[in-house]
Every structure is written in structure tokens, then in C-alpha cells.
Design a protein around this ligand. Sequence first.
Ligand code: CP3
Length: 360
Amino acid sequence: MPLIPDPASAEPTALFLRACLGLPTERTPIWLMRQAGRYMPAYRALRERHDMLTLIRTPELAAEVTLQPIEAFGLDAAIIFSDILPPLVGMGLELDFIGGVGPHIANPIRSGRDVDLLGTPPAAETMAGTLGAIAIVARELGPRDVPVIGFAGAPFTLASYAIEGGSTRDFERTKSFMLAEPAAWQRLMTKLVTVQVDYLKAQVQAGASALQVFDSWAGRALGQSDYRRYVQPYNTLLFAALRDVGVPVINFSLGVSSFMEDAVACGGDVIGVDWHLPLATMWARIGHDTPVQGNLDPVALLGPWRELRPRIDEVLDGAAGRPGHIFNVGHGVLQRTPEDTVRRLVSYVAERTARVATSP
Ligand code: CP3
């Protein structure tokens, strides 16, 4: 045995990172998808003075937004403030966020030739603002032992915005392109994997202690057979490329509960669970040796405490105190969420899960 432990192999002390590794924690860690954003007056005040892309691209501003919910609620991890779509800009797509509408791409992909014109420049060049913001937040939160989470979109979810030019209800253009141009689909998905892998690795270099991959729309858009054929190979490539990245990787695939096993098979150290089925059901299907994150319905945060509390209890009872559970919402926090409800959620989860310290 070496006298001095290798710091790289030492167990982390941060509750969130311990849970990501399936290690016991003194209470259940909690953070919330979309924890920084429009439900916070402090965010809205900054947004009045700066547009979305300026907030994302200015390291000091993105760091400030990232820290807002940490200061306000004492969450156990900080997800870097950005969006899944800015990496598309470096590839050649003209992205904007339009108030009341959402993301808009002025030159969406409509042909195989459009795919071939997409670049794959390194994230160090195209995402320097976010990488700089991660460095600032990591420096700020390191002494408090609060980890920073980096993130990226999965290839199908990004392809849907690149092809539709914005949000969509039925994914008509995306699926038509996928079916009509399978070779171009393969080239598009491969380019997206290349860009996202490089970006996620760069976020770790910049100071991220964990990564989350958001596949928000593959499960909503596709049935199982198409998922297996047009999505699974690329998500599998993405997670395989991150296997040695040295930090836990969370696989959050929304809307896949009817074929969860296929999404889990793609990879990831932690599985993010959406709110459609009880956590107990999902964790049993995933297997209790794999850490999970979830899965409160974010709409429950809009209602009264008497309706919210049993739903929080259902998640915690579903986890049954096993190590490897990270409390989260089952999709992003909504704009109308009251800050006081978030505060109450965080303290309730802490109180209910505090485990009596036992001497070894
Ligand atoms: O979680 C966090 O706090 C980090 C920040 C974050 C944002 N978007 C900020 C944001 C993260 C992780 C995302 C991910 C994201 N973005 C996803 C995947 C997760 C999910 O919700 O399924 C998707 C699909 C997007 C794309 C996107 N960005 C849409 C559809 C919209 C418009 C709808 C909306 O909610 O406004 C955005 C804009 C966006 N991303 C805002 C924020 C705070 C609102 C922008 C504003 O201030 O006007």
C-alpha cells in the first residue's frame, strides 16, 4: 500500500459525486435540471439587460447565472449555464433565441449537401465562453466542494433542431430526412457525435466534475425499432468515447420509459429517469447497481405543498435509502415555479433523508 493515497483514485467527498459512484452519503443529494432560469427573478433581471446568447457567451455572466440557484437554495451541484444548441453555431448553423418562441435556426439542414457543409471545429475555438464560465464556477465552488456539471445534447435531439429549424411537435422533417436520406443521416449523426464528444471532454478539462447528456426528443419522436436503428448506434458511440473521461456521465433520455433498456444500453454511469413511471419501477428495471437520478414531475412544483409532498415522498420511498440516488426533477423546472417551493423541496429532501451517523 502506498503511504500517500493517489488523489485520482481517492473517493470524492461531494455528496452528488459520491452518489454518482453508488457510494453511501449522509443524505440524498439534490440538484434540478434547469435550476438556473426564468423562474428566478435574479435571472430575469440579468436577461432584461442581455440577450440569451450574450449571457451564454460571456464567461462572467454565465458564471453569475450558474451560481444564482446555488446561493439561493444550497443545491448539491451546479449545472453550467448554457444551452444544448450553441455548439451548432460552430458547425455553421445560424442560431438565435426568440422571445416567446424559443430557439430558431435561420439556415436549417434540408439536404445531404447541407450536411456535408457542416464543420466540426474544436470546442476550444467555438465554445470558449462556456469553457471559461466553467473555469470561473469551478474556482468559486471548489472550496465549497460543490461540483460543476457540464452538459451537451445527444445527436438526435440536436439533429431535430438542425433540421426543423426550431422546436417541433411531430418531428415531421427530422423523421422524413432520416428515412429518405439514411446515408446523409449517418453523416449528420456522426458529425454531431464528433463535435459533442470533443465539447464534453473540453468541459472536463475546464473544470467540470460530471457530465450530463440530454436526449430530450428521441423517445418522444421515435418508436423502439427506429430508435434502435437511427439513434442507439450514435448514442453508444458517444458514451463509449467518454468512458475514460475520468468523471461520471449521466444519460438523461426523456420519454423512453417504454424502451428504457435500449436507452440504458447506450451507456452512461448514471441514468436520468423522467417522471412518467415511479422511480421504484424504473430503478428495478435499470438494476439497483446502476445509480439513478430523478424523477419528480416538475409540474408538481406549481401546486400546493399538500399535493407536492406525497410526490416527493413517492420518489424517496422508491429509492428506499439505497446508495446511488440523486434527487432531481424528471424534466426541467418550469418558468412558473415559485422560488419558495424550490427552497422547501430542498430542505424537505435533506431532512427526510438525513441518515444517522454510525461509527464504523
Ligand atoms: O439546467 C440548467 O439550469 C442549465 C441551462 C440549460 C438551458 N437549457 C437554459 C435555457 C440547459 C441544460 C438547457 C438544455 C436544453 N435546451 C434542452 C434539453 C433539456 C430539456 O429541457 O429537454 C433543450 C431541448 C433545449 C432547447 C431550448 N432552449 C428550448 C426548447 C428553449 C426554449 C423554451 C424555453 O424553455 O425557453 C431554450 C431556451 C432556454 N434554455 C432558456 C434557458 C434558461 C430560456 C431562455 C430565455 O431566458 O429566454
